[in-house]
Design a protein around this ligand. Structure first.
Ligand SMILES: NC(=O)c1ccc[n+]([C@@H]2O[C@H](COP(=O)([O-])OP(=O)(O)OC[C@H]3O[C@@H](n4cnc5c(N)ncnc54)[C@H](OP(=O)(O)O)[C@@H]3O)[C@@H](O)[C@H]2O)c1
Length: 277
């Protein structure tokens, strides 16, 4: 497999690290591009792959899997640049939020296997959550190739493209919500007199450990929560406070609002693309 990562910024370079570490492709078979020479040199110092500033067409011609990791507004320019390297026997993966596959197809004016992937920032530590969807041209073998790339940096779920807005709201943006929870737990510990260091360690490990327990036991979180509660005990007094302030309702509403906003942004983007066409 020869992979080109077009726009190796935050997510693109994290993916690059995972691809190399997971042995998905050898360093000689990976090429990355960024916009600026300065960033290209910095990346080349961190990863043993060919990095170029611009030169997207050469990168795409080299690869049979082309990953677009630029910002959504840059996608039309990049597609225009690399269109002659995009053939039916190659795989195109776009990470651009809110940019539908149908729009990529329209911009290209030709059919080829196109995937959309919505990873999240924990791909940096190989604990990402990535949702994937594809057009109907993609074969099961190509789906397996794309899954292998993202499995190198975490967990992969295949979903219908229409659900990408929900996935963006849940796992794409999700790390931000969890950081807010960790931040608040730390503050709670501090308020009750724990040191910064102890409070931070306890908070991060509690979230990590609880998540691991959900995965390993495959029990519903409500059951695991119940196991921590003793009648008339400490935990139930805190759970009552969280219920009183609507913790669960707040998170559900946050995901509902973010899903709606993602759809709105996508509609606006499509409108702009139609105007520019
Ligand atoms: N961050 C997230 O949590 C997240 C999650 C899911 C999906 N996404 C999607 O992933 C994409 C990238 O997001 P990001 O946060 O990684 O952004 P980012 O850090 O700004 O990375 C974008 C990269 O694109 C490069 N670039 C810009 N124009 C280019 C061009 N014409 N040719 C080649 N490279 C070019 C930039 O290079 P320079 O550094 O040299 O300017 C930069 O390194 C977005 O479409 C976003 O929707 C992000």
């Amino acid at each position: 497999m020869r992979i080109a990562i077009i726009g190796a910024g935050n997510i693109g370079s994290a993916l690059l690290g995972g691809i190399l570490k997971g042995g998905v492709a050898a360093p000689d078979d990976v090429v990355a591009t960024v916009a600026t020479q300065e960033h290209a040199e910095e990346l080349a110092r961190s990863y043993p792959v060919r990095v170029m500033a611009g030169n997207n067409l050469a990168a795409a011609e080299f690869a049979n899997v082309i990953i677009l990791a630029v910002k959504p507004k840059v996608i039309p320019t990049v597609l225009e640049e690399i269109r002659w390297a995009l053939r039916e026997d190659r795989i195109l993966i776009s990470l651009a939020a809110a940019f539908p596959i149908a729009e990529i197809e329209t911009q290209l004016g030709r059919r080829m296997p196109i995937f959309r992937a919505m990873p999240n920032t924990p791909v940096i530590v190989e604990e990402g959550a990535t949702c994937i969807s594809s057009n109907e041209v993609a074969t099961p073998q190509q789906r397996a190739v794309v899954e292998a790339i993202f499995r190198a940096v975490g967990v992969v779920c295949h979903i219908e493209e229409d659900l990408m807005h929900a996935a963006t709201a849940l796992s794409g943006s999700g790390p931000a919500y969890v950081y807010m929870v960790i931040e608040a737990l730390i503050a709670g510990g501090l308020k009750m007199g724990l040191s910064h260091e102890v409070s931070t360690r306890l908070s991060e490990q509690t979230v990590l450990g609880a998540a691991k327990l959900v995965r390993q036991t495959m029990l519903h979180p409500a059951i695991l929560k119940d196991q921590v509660i003793t009648p008339g005990g400490v935990t139930i007094s805190a759970v009552h406070e969280l219920e009183r302030h609507g913790l669960r309702a707040m998170l559900i509403s946050a995901i509902e609002t973010a899903t709606r906003h993602s759809r709105h942004l996508s509609d606006k983007l499509i409108e702009k693309l139609r105007k520019d066409a």
